[in-house]
Design a protein around this ligand. Structure first.
Ligand code: SF4
Length: 326
């Protein structure tokens, strides 16, 4: 089991300082196995473990008479959160030393950009040292106003990678799963490798990228025949892009087609049986990508819609990213 450490003494002090007795404990899926253990640590308060899924610091559950303790993500700097939230960062203890040595010894990429998901962000400097000790040049981008740490990537923001893309030959992503690395690959055009500390493996995401791009192209082609569009607008504090949704609606109407705005808190594909031909997702970009096959109709991102309506060319295709919300 992956273990994450949390400083409960400091957290307890902070909750007392804020004067709350009732606490809502909100954890991402990977940490739910530790939820009861965390609740024990806070047993001097009335603790409720939230069963509502959360996928990021964009997605916070807040009630007026409770203090939300969100464990696992760092706050997104450019979001104005309510006052009754405490973010508690939880970093993985997993070591990247072996997999970084392997990458440095056997890979011929000389100028490497390092990026990481927040759980592994503290390991970037160690991996940098290892790669440099093998003669590689390492670059780490700062990222835009949605990014907390240099080198951090979110599933909806790869600005830290893009910033250094012109100076590197490839990217090393510290973490697990394909999604973030795929986003880095698509948004920078550079070869990207997943350095997984648990399996000790290095994975090139090239074949996933080909599959992904083919799927997106298929969705765009289907949308070209569509007459009616449902535009999904995220209700969550860090996913809401109403101005973008309105712009998409205008664009669709200017093309002589119909568009409806669908305000959505939890976007469950199985509930999306609206009488439209295509959905356009302005909420969390992962909805269009990860849940694509579960929706009854094709789901496009805003940029893909513009390509389908011929406002943009296929060469303009890129990953959907969020910078500002409204
Ligand atoms: S919007 Fe989606 S990808 Fe971005 S931080 Fe939230 S859950 Fe992650």
């Amino acid at each position: 089991m992956i273990q994450y450490s949390v400083d409960f003494a400091a957290l307890t002090e902070e909750i007392k300082k804020r004067g709350y007795e009732r606490v809502l404990l909100q954890l991402p899926e990977g940490l739910t196995v530790q939820a009861t253990e965390f609740a024990e640590q806070l047993s001097e308060f009335e603790v409720y473990i939230s069963s509502t899924p959360t996928y990021g610091a964009c997605d916070i559950e807040v009630y007026p008479d409770m203090l939300t303790v969100h464990i696992g993500h760092s706050p997104i700097p450019n979001i104005k959160y309510p006052d009754n939230i405490i973010f508690v960062e939880a970093f993985s203890d997993a070591s990247f030393t072996a997999v970084a040595e392997l990458f440095a010894s056997f890979h011929d990429c000389e100028n490497v950009g390092i990026v990481a998901s927040v759980q592994h962000i503290k390991k970037i400097q160690n991996v940098k040292k290892i790669l440099e000790s093998h003669g590689k040049k390492v670059m780490i981008g700062r990222g835009d106003s949605r990014i907390t740490y240099p080198g951090q990537v979110l599933g909806c923001n790869f600005s830290a990678a893009r910033e250094v893309a012109d100076e590197v030959d490839c990217f090393a992503f510290l973490g697990t799963g394909v999604f973030h690395a795929l986003g880095v690959r698509v948004s920078t055009g550079k070869s990207t490798f997943i350095l997984d500390p648990y399996s000790g493996t290095i994975t090139d995401v090239e074949s996933d990228t080909d599959r992904f791009v083919r799927q997106r192209f298929g969705a765009i082609v289907k949308a070209q025949e569509a007459d009616t569009f449902g535009i999904i607008v995220g209700a969550k504090i860090g996913q809401r892009r109403r101005a973008l949704a309105r712009a998409m609606k205008n664009m669709i109407e200017d093309a002589g087609k119909k568009a409806y705005l669908i305000y959505s808190d939890i976007t469950s594909p199985e509930r999306f049986y609206y009488a439209v031909d295509v959905f356009v997702n302005t909420s969390c970009p992962r909805i269009a990508y990860d849940d694509y096959l579960r929706f009854p109709k094709p789901v496009l991102t805003p940029i893909e819609l513009q390509i389908a309506l011929k406002y943009k060319l296929w060469e303009n295709f890129r990953f959907d990213e969020i910078v500002e919300v409204d």
